[in-house]
Design a protein. Structure first.
Length: 173
């Protein structure tokens, strides 16, 4: 790789890191080419930027971004996954792929400029997606209105049941 190629990789990775929500570093030692291809395919489908980069280039690219905290942990064969749309998509991708492929091991997670350990991967991966969070918010906002509507509707309903009970009582007598 010549110097121009290295500069291009660093600028590309720095641009991605500047706009990403979270990042996951995972060790991929032992994965076959077919497995890596499948991982890359799943990453494209989930809007996750996935890249295997030399650690020195990654350190240069991450300098000055929220993911600068990952620099000391960049050693060994790592694949970096950056969440572009959803904060939890990279963590979800690595978690789900690691369930079926034991060779992929998460080593570090970074979110909001803070470095977390691999054990926090599950916590980040379980965050709701944007649509799920919006639906939960709407359900929370709508619940008091629904309860009010049921309460208001219960008054005439109770009146109708009372009148019906009096009618039935008079017919039986």
């Amino acid at each position: 790789m010549n110097l121009d190629d290295k500069k291009q990789i660093v600028t590309e990775l720095a641009a991605i890191a500047a706009s990403a929500h979270s990042a996951v570093g995972a060790e991929y030692r032992g994965l076959s080419v077919a497995q890596m291809t499948e991982l890359r395919k799943q990453a494209r489908e989930q809007d996750v930027y996935l890249r295997v980069v030399k650690n020195n280039l990654a350190k240069r690219a991450l300098a000055g971004t929220d993911f600068e905290c990952m620099q000391p942990e960049l050693h060994g064969p790592l694949v970096l996954a950056f969440s572009l749309e959803e904060p939890s998509s990279a963590a979800r991708l690595v978690r789900d792929f690691a369930k079926t492929n034991d060779q992929l091991k998460a080593r570090m997670v970074s979110f909001g400029g803070e470095l977390m350990g691999a054990n926090d991967l599950e916590r980040l991966a379980s965050l709701p997606t944007r649509e799920e969070a919006l639906s939960q918010l709407m359900a929370t906002m709508r619940a008091p209105l629904d309860k009010f509507a049921r309460t208001v509707n219960e008054v005439p309903g109770k009146l109708v049941r009372t009148v019906a009970a009096i009618r039935d009582q008079k017919q039986a007598a």
